[in-house]
Design a binder for this molecule. Structure first.
Ligand SMILES: [Cu+2]
Length: 309
């Protein structure tokens, strides 16, 4: 019974992705009919005019470029801490054992509730033979997404994602409304800057406590902050780069932390900032809406599903 519904959703997803790519490439007029309801998904990508030149955002696939994320289990008991183990297999089918360090670690492991209400940024330990292990507890029943963000030796960085499940009743929470200020553990973090589809934008976060700017942030993962941005709806994982590094002579230890981030499309994104102060890591979360800038000269796109204007 579910098959037609799933196909419909899949077709809609294609339409959104293609529309986003069109907007990015300004290829208005070179587009064929929208690939919705063609009934044959395999043919929808056969026309060169419809091929996206934009890479698929990270985190949406469990397998990419020959690398596959393989968890030992995908179902956990809510509230129960277990040793969660997984491997990343490489193009040769064997567990990857050689990684490059990025942001201070060989592998970053992010686990979020699918409604984006819960976030944790973990660093599993290697236990030999390419097996990673990390103590993990899914706090409540629900569906979760786990991301492994890593760089195999000699390759580009990759982010693979897999769903995890904690059985039981749950009530999904609505995404919080967009806001420029977040509070966490007595700190206030203010967000400045925008996410603009297809353009690397600068995001600046300013940390204060009790109205006083925090100027002695501590390095965490090779930076004064680590930012993860996920797209609401499918949890696409954005690539975010810190601007500057501790000790480079130009990057202050607060109160501002600057990043460059690029959104693959319009829509709402949930941003999670990890920062360290007085020996403790705190996480501030924001909802930020990516919209086409009205001042960047990009022609106004036709509505989704319309083309040929
Ligand atoms: Cu990490």
């Amino acid at each position: 019974m579910n098959a037609p519904i799933k196909l419909g959703v899949y077709g809609l997803g294609l339409a959104v992705i293609f529309s986003a790519a069109v907007g990015v490439g300004n290829a208005v007029g070179a587009v064929g009919p929208a690939p919705v309801n063609t009934g044959h998904g395999a043919h929808a990508t056969s026309s060169p005019a419809r091929q996206s030149t934009e890479p698929v955002p990270g985190g949406l696939q469990v397998s990419q470029d020959g690398y596959t994320l393989t968890p030992e289990t995908t179902t956990l008991t809510p509230g129960e801490r277990t040793a969660f183990r997984f491997t990343v297999t490489g193009p040769d089918g064997r567990p990857v054992t050689r990684y490059q360090i990025a942001h201070g670690k060989k592998l970053h492991f992010i686990v979020v509730n699918r409604d984006l209400g819960d976030f944790r940024h973990l660093h599993p330990a290697e236990t030999g033979g390419g097996v990673w292990s990390v103590p993990l507890s899914l706090p409540e029943a629900g569906t979760y997404r786990a991301f492994a963000d890593f760089t195999p030796e000699g390759r580009e960085g990759l982010t693979l994602g897999t769903d995890l499940y904690a059985a039981g009743d749950f009530t999904p929470q609505a995404l919080p409304a967009p806001a420029r200020t977040a509070t966490v553990d007595g700190y206030t973090v203010e967000l400045d800057g925008d996410l603009t589809p297809g353009t690397a934008g600068r995001l600046t976060l300013r940390v204060s406590r009790d109205g006083t700017p925090v100027t002695d942030l501590e390095p965490y993962l090779g930076a004064y902050g680590h930012l993860v941005a996920l797209r609401a709806g499918d949890l696409a994982y954005l690539h975010v780069h810190p601007d500057g590094a501790p000790g480079d002579g130009r990057t202050p230890s607060g109160p501002t932390i600057t990043f460059h981030a690029e959104a693959p499309s319009r829509g709402d994104y949930r941003l999670f900032l990890d920062f360290q102060h007085e020996g403790t890591v705190h996480t501030a979360a924001f909802t930020l809406r990516a919209e086409q800038s009205p001042t960047n000269g990009t022609p106004v796109e036709p509505d989704h599903g319309h083309s040929g204007h």
